[in-house]
Design a binder for this molecule. Structure first.
Ligand code: MG
Length: 126
């Protein structure tokens, strides 16, 4: 498969790690360092999936998700939270905000790909 994935994270290393994992599996990848840039990117070309960091300055992942879901065109766009925050409250807030899945940092490539496979409904994972 060759899904188009938008990765949103304020940490450059995280962006590059995820990009490399996805590219080796044939995904097309777009990177965004912050929420506003990501929202603009989505308007320019709608991804099949968004991998979203929660802790970002300026606009955090929850606000990004809220803004994204407020747009009817993107209400059903699959979003996976990829975050170091693993408290129950964060997880529940993420799901209530419309996230489809939740991956905790640090993760293995296999965990990431498995989550993507689940959300995209394909055997893209392991
Ligand atoms: Mg962050």
């Amino acid at each position: 498969m060759s899904a188009f994935v938008l990765v949103v994270d304020d940490n450059e290393d995280n962006l590059l790690i995820i990009r490399d994992i996805l590219r080796t599996r044939g995904f097309e990848v777009q990177l965004a360092h912050d929420g506003p840039t990501a929202l603009q990117s989505i308007e320019e070309r709608r991804p099949d999936l968004v991998l979203l960091d929660l802790m970002m300055p300026q606009m955090d992942g929850f606000e990004f998700l809220e803004r994204l879901r407020a747009n009817p065109r993107h209400a059903a766009l699959p979003v996976i939270l990829v975050t170091a925050r693993s408290q129950d409250d964060d997880l529940l807030a993420g799901y209530k905000g419309g996230a489809d899945y939740y991956i905790t940092k640090p993760f293995t490539p296999r965990q990431l790909l498995h989550g993507i496979g689940l959300v995209l409904g394909s055997g893209a994972a392991d």
